[in-house]
Design a protein around this ligand. Structure first.
Ligand code: NDP
Length: 450
């Protein structure tokens, strides 16, 4: 039997690739992982982790204000961007080290170079050519910058984490996760932030009631929202970036950030030499076990473009490791994947939107509640929270929970378990609330709104 240098060669040490590599090594496989940039991938370096730290940082502006109503006098609050940026970077560097140690401890060989497929079982990396019985492509995705004159003056989320100077005025183009999260971050940290989205209402694909609600909340916090607005050009005028829109309007800012989606990072990997097919959108098609058209080459995470979410990539990576080295036949169940958007207030969601659920379940009952969070009963802040439960009238199952409010992600994670387990509205009603919390509202909604 022909021997190979490795049982598994993983290309890309992001969340999915690292998990697959560690787990495969744990099952006794000889594993190497190639990474040209940073250990931990987008999530750890220029995504989820630093973003959440910035979200925490940006919320202090309100916290200092609110503290006064609770009797605290903290003096004049001031914000220093380099402190937040550099403390964040230190934490990311610590995490890079943790990832290194995790891979080392698992016995995975780390190759700090770009890898190129040179044949179906052959990889060229760091000046040598190695062979592998199986190959896993986990190269993630990269921000898309739409074509418009002056787009080279715009940054993406990659650069937003390392700005030399914090802007006074910023324009964010896009209306998805990253655009609304960064609109909140920039506004909270003191910038005049404007979000321009091409459609009627941002966050397409999320529950319409929640989208309308969050637009009101974000708008009330001072983020300028320009919907049905298409960027025409950006040009530099001295210190200003002059942004022109197709409706003839104009905006001068210090910084333009595009957050218009992320494309699968499948180019220049040598996929053709290995015979791996790629879709027109750059995504690598795989079967339900993450196998590409080449039987021993697998792909997971953003590069297969199913759900661009870290925990999904991790789950996919674990399936590959289990299937290859533990004799199993696992695949990820993509139904009811909970997710959160860390805009301010947060959105947490699991299950279909009301619109999609109604199309499938004519007997749908919609429970809905909006209220002022208890914390703000004495701060005078007008921020409100919204919660929705969708119940299939045929069998009383709760099929979705949506929330916009503080810690929505933390709350919806638990409801995700209940919904995955098939909980009924009667189960929710029979659950005693934790008082006083916002979460208890989810077990106290008695009358359907619709
Ligand atoms: P999204 O796919 O979420 O949103 C892209 C946005 O850009 C949409 O509003 C889209 O509009 C708009 N858009 C696309 N192309 C253009 C264009 N040519 N001109 C103008 N607008 C355009 O992408 P993001 O970049 O926000 O984030 C990438 C992915 O990363 C997300 O899908 C998500 O899966 C993941 N992510 C997850 C986070 C989390 O879990 N909290 C946080 C951040 C990112 P339209 O709707 O009209 O198509």
């Amino acid at each position: 039997m022909r021997d190979f240098d490795y049982d598994l060669f993983v290309i890309g040490a992001g969340s999915g690739g690292v998990r697959a590599a560690r787990m495969a090594a744990g099952f006794g496989a000889r594993v190497a992982i190639a990474e040209e940039r940073y250990l931990g991938g987008t999530c750890v370096n220029v995504g989820c982790v630093p973003k959440k730290l910035f979200v925490y940082g940006s919320h202090f502006a309100e916290d200092f204000d609110d503290a006064r109503s609770y009797g605290w006098h903290a003096g004049d609050a001031g914000f220093d961007w380099p402190t937040l940026r550099d403390n964040k970077t230190r934490e990311i560097e610590r995490l890079n080290g943790v990832y290194h140690a995790l891979l080392d401890d698992a016995g995975v060989e780390i190759v700090a170079h770009r890898a190129l497929l040179t044949g179906p079982r052959e990889v060229s990396v760091g000046g040598r050519t190695v062979t592998a019985r199986n190959i896993l492509i986990a190269t993630g995705s990269w921000p898309i910058v739409p074509p418009f004159p002056g787009n080279e003056l715009a940054i993406t989320s990659n650069e937003a984490f390392y700005l030399d100077e914090f802007p006074d005025r910023v324009l964010i183009i896009g209306g998805g996760y990253i655009a609304v999260e960064f609109a909140g971050i920039f506004a909270g940290l003191g910038a005049e932030a404007t979000l321009a989205y091409r459609g009627e209402l941002f966050l397409r694909g999320f529950d319409a009631g929640i989208r309308r609600f969050v637009a009101e909340e974000i708008g009330a916090k001072g983020v300028g929202l320009k919907f049905e607005t298409h960027i025409e050009s950006v040009s530099r005028r001295g210190r200003n970036l002059q942004c022109r829109f197709q409706d003839g309007s104009q905006l001068d800012v210090d910084l333009v950030m595009v957050a218009t989606g992320r494309a699968p990072a499948s180019a220049d990997l040598g996929l053709a030499s290995a015979g791996v097919l790629v879709g027109t959108d750059g995504a690598i098609p795989v079967d339900r076990y993450y196998r590409t058209n080449v039987a021993h080459i697998f792909a997971i995470g953003d590069v297969i473009d199913r759900l661009q979410l870290t925990p999904v990539a991790i789950a996919e990576g674990m399936c590959v490791a289990h299937n290859l080295f533990n004799g199993e036949c696992r695949s990820v169940d993509y139904a009811n994947v909970p997710t959160a958007i860390f805009c301010q207030p947060n959105i947490g969601t699991v299950g279909p939107t009301e619109e999609a659920a109604r199309a499938q379940h004519p007997t749908l009952a919609v429970y809905e509640s909006t209220f002022k969070p208890m914390k703000h009963t004495i701060t005078g802040r007008a921020e409100r929270t919204m919660m929705k439960l969708l119940v299939n009238g045929d069998d009383d199952r709760v099929i979705a929970a949506h929330m916009c409010g503080p810690e929505a992600g933390e709350i919806i994670q638990g409801l995700g378990v209940a919904i995955k387990a098939g909980a009924t509205k009667a189960d929710f009603d029979a659950t005693i609330g934790i008082h006083p919390t916002a979460a208890e509202e989810f077990v106290a909604m008695r009358e359907p709104r619709r």
